[in-house]
Design a protein around this ligand. Structure first.
Ligand code: UD1
Ligand code: CA
Length: 464
C-alpha cells in the first residue's frame, strides 16, 4: 500500500447508560473478551502508525484494557465529535495541512467489524480516485435509533442526520451510519473544529463532518457492510444479539477447520479457542478463554472448560469442569462431575467420576478412583499433590496436600492420606473391621424387646 500514514482513534468514553451497569460499556464481554479488546485486535491487524483510545474520566479499567495504546481522557462527554477532537492532542503529524496521513475513527461499542472491512476502506480511500472522506453504512432490518445517511444522485454522502434530529422523511431512510469513518487527516481535523452542539442532544456529532465536506464539494462516500458486522451495542439486548452473531461466526470457523459440532447452537466458544482436527463436541459445551484442543479430542455434553490444554485423543465429560491451569495429556480421560484446576493429567491417565483434582500432577496411566479429592487448601495456602505413573488411587480417597504417591503405588479406597506413599507400595488408611458373628440378629432382638415393652406401658396408661 501507499506510504501514507494511518492513525486510528477508538472512541470508548461513552457512559453506556442503556447498559444499566457499573462496568463501562466497552468492557462488557463477547465470546471471552471485552468489546474494546475485539475492536483493538481488529485495528492491530491494520498495523497503524498510531492508535489513540479515548476513555472517560475515572475509568482505570478501560485504560488498562487499552494498553499498550495511547490513551486520552475525555473529561466531559460532549459527543463523538468532541471525543475525536480530544484525541488530536495525541496525534502529532496527522492534522497539519500537507501531512500524508489518514485518520480512521472507530467506536468501542461496534465490536464485530472484521479487519477485512477496515482494509477495504483503506484500499478504497487510497485508490487513485479515492474519496476524501469515507463512511461505513448498512441497511439494518430495523433502522431504530441509528443515524441516517443521505446520499445524493451521484451516490455521494450528502450528510448524516442523527435519529433525534431527523425529520419523518429522514427517518424513513434505510441507509444507516455505522459510525466508522476514514478520511484525509488534515481535512478531518479541520472539519472537526467547525462542529457545534446546536442539536437535539446538545452534543458535538462526529458524522456532521460529512455534511461540511459535502458542502465544500469534497468527495464523500460510504462503503456498505452487513448489519451483523456493524451493529452497535448499547443495551444488554444488543449485547446478547452481538454474542449470537459472534458465536455463529466462531462455530462456522471451527466446523470449517474440521471440528464436528453436534449441536452448533448450544456450543459456546471463545475467540481464542484453538482447535485441531477431528474433534467432536457434543451438545451444551461451554468453552471459555484460553483453551487449546488437539486432534481427535471428544468433549462430551454439558462440559465447562476454561484455561485448559487438551492433548490428542483425550475424552472430557460429560459434565466435566476444567478450570484454568488444567493440562490433559494425550489420551487422558476426565469423566462426569470431575473438576480440575491447575492440574496436569498425564498421558492416558483417568479421573472418571466425581472428583476434585486441584494443584496436582498425575502421572501417565494413573487411575484416580471415583470420589477422590485433592485437599489442596488449608484455609491459608494451596499445596500440591503429586501422583506417580500408573499409580492407583482407590475410590473416595482424600489426598491431604502436600502429599505424594509414588509410581505404581496403590492407595486403598476410603483412605485419608496425609503422608507420602513409596513407589510400588500399597497404603490403606482406614479403621479396622470388627465383626461379631450373629451380632446383628441379637442387636435387632434386643431393640425389638425394648420397643414392645414401651408399647405395653403406653397401652396400660391409656386404659388406666
Ligand atoms: C453513533 C452515531 C450514529 C450511528 C451509531 C452507530 C454519532 C453522533 N452518532 O450513535 O450516527 O448510527 O453510532 O452505532 O456519532 N463516545 C465517546 N465520547 C462521547 C460520546 C461517545 O467516546 O462523548 C463513544 C462511545 O463510547 C461509543 C461511541 O463513541 O463507543 C459511540 O457513541 P454512542 O453514544 O453509542 O453513539 P450512538 O448514539 O450509538
Ligand atoms: Ca452506540
Amino acid at each position: 500500500m501507499s506510504a501514507r500514514k494511518l492513525a486510528v482513534i477508538v472512541l470508548a468514553a461513552g457512559q453506556g447508560t442503556r447498559m444499566k451497569s457499573k462496568l463501562p460499556k466497552v468492557l462488557h464481554g463477547l465470546a471471552g473478551k471485552s468489546m474494546l479488546a475485539h475492536v483493538l485486535s481488529g485495528v492491530e491487524q491494520l498495523s497503524p502508525d498510531q492508535v489513540v483510545v479515548v476513555v472517560g474520566p475515572d475509568a482505570p479499567a478501560v485504560e488498562k484494557a487499552a494498553a499498550p495504546h495511547r490513551v486520552v481522557v475525555q473529561h466531559d462527554r460532549l459527543g463523538t465529535g468532541h471525543a475525536v477532537r480530544e484525541a488530536f492532542s495525541a496525534l502529532a503529524g496527522f492534522c497539519d495541512a500537507g501531512d500524508q496521513a489518514d485518520i480512521l475513527v472507530i467506536f468501542g461499542d461496534t465490536p464485530l467489524i472484521r479487519s477485512a472491512t477496515f482494509e477495504k476502506m483503506v484500499a478504497r480511500r487510497r485508490a487513485a480516485d479515492g474519496p476524501v472522506l469515507l463512511g461505513l453504512a448498512f441497511r439494518p432490518k430495523d433502522a431504530g435509533r441509528y443515524g441516517r445517511v443521505r446520499l445524493d444522485a451521484q451516490g455521494r454522502v450528502a450528510g448524516i442526520v442523527e435519529f433525534a434530529d431527523a425529520s419523518d422523511a429522514e427517518k424513513a431512510i434505510d441507509l444507516c451510519n455505522a459510525g466508522i469513518l476514514l478520511g484525509d487527516g488534515p481535512t478531518v481535523c479541520r472539519l472537526i473544529h467547525q462542529l457545534d452542539n446546536n442539536n437535539a442532544q446538545g452534543e458535538y456529532y462526529l458524522p456532521v463532518i460529512f455534511d461540511f465536506a459535502y458542502a465544500e464539494g469534497l468527495d464523500t462516500r460510504a462503503v456498505e457492510a452487513s448489519e451483523e458486522e456493524v451493529m452497535g451495542v448499547n443495551s444488554r439486548q444488543e449485547l446478547a444479539a452481538a454474542e449470537q452473531v459472534l458465536q455463529q461466526r466462531l462455530r462456522n470457523e471451527a466446523m470449517a477447520q474440521g471440528v464436528t459440532l453436534i449441536d452448533p447452537a448450544s456450543t459456546w466458544l471463545s475467540t481464542d479457542t484453538v482447535f485441531g482436527r477431528d474433534i467432536i463436541i457434543e451438545p451444551s459445551v461451554f468453552i471459555g478463554p484460553g483453551v487449546t484442543i488437539a486432534d481427535d479430542v471428544t468433549l462430551k455434553a454439558f462440559s465447562h472448560i476454561e484455561g485448559a490444554n487438551i492433548a490428542e485423543g483425550a475424552v472430557i465429560g460429560p459434565y466435566a469442569r476444567l478450570r484454568p491451569g488444567t493440562e490433559i495429556k494425550a489420551g487422558g480421560k476426565v469423566g462426569n462431575f470431575v473438576e480440575t484446576k491447575n492440574a496436569v493429567l498425564g498421558e492416558g491417565a483417568k479421573v472418571n467420576h466425581l472428583s476434585y483434582i486441584g494443584d496436582a500432577e498425575i502421572g501417565a496411566r494413573a487411575n484416580i478412583g471415583a470420589g477422590t479429592i485433592t485437599c489442596n487448601y488449608d484455609g491459608y495456602n494451596k499445596w500440591k499433590t503429586v501422583i506417580g505413573e500408573e499409580a492407583f488411587i482407590g475410590s473416595n480417597t482424600a489426598l491431604v496436600a502436600p502429599v505424594t504417591v509414588g509410581a505404581g503405588a496403590i492407595v486403598g479406597a476410603g483412605s485419608t492420606l496425609t503422608k507420602a506413599v513409596e513407589k510400588d507400595a500399597i497404603a490403606v488408611v482406614r479403621g479396622r473391621l470388627v465383626e461379631k458373628a450373629g451380632g446383628g440378629a441379637s442387636f435387632r432382638a434386643g431393640r425389638q424387646k425394648i420397643k414392645d415393652q414401651k408399647t405395653a406401658e403406653q397401652n396400660a396408661e391409656k386404659k388406666g
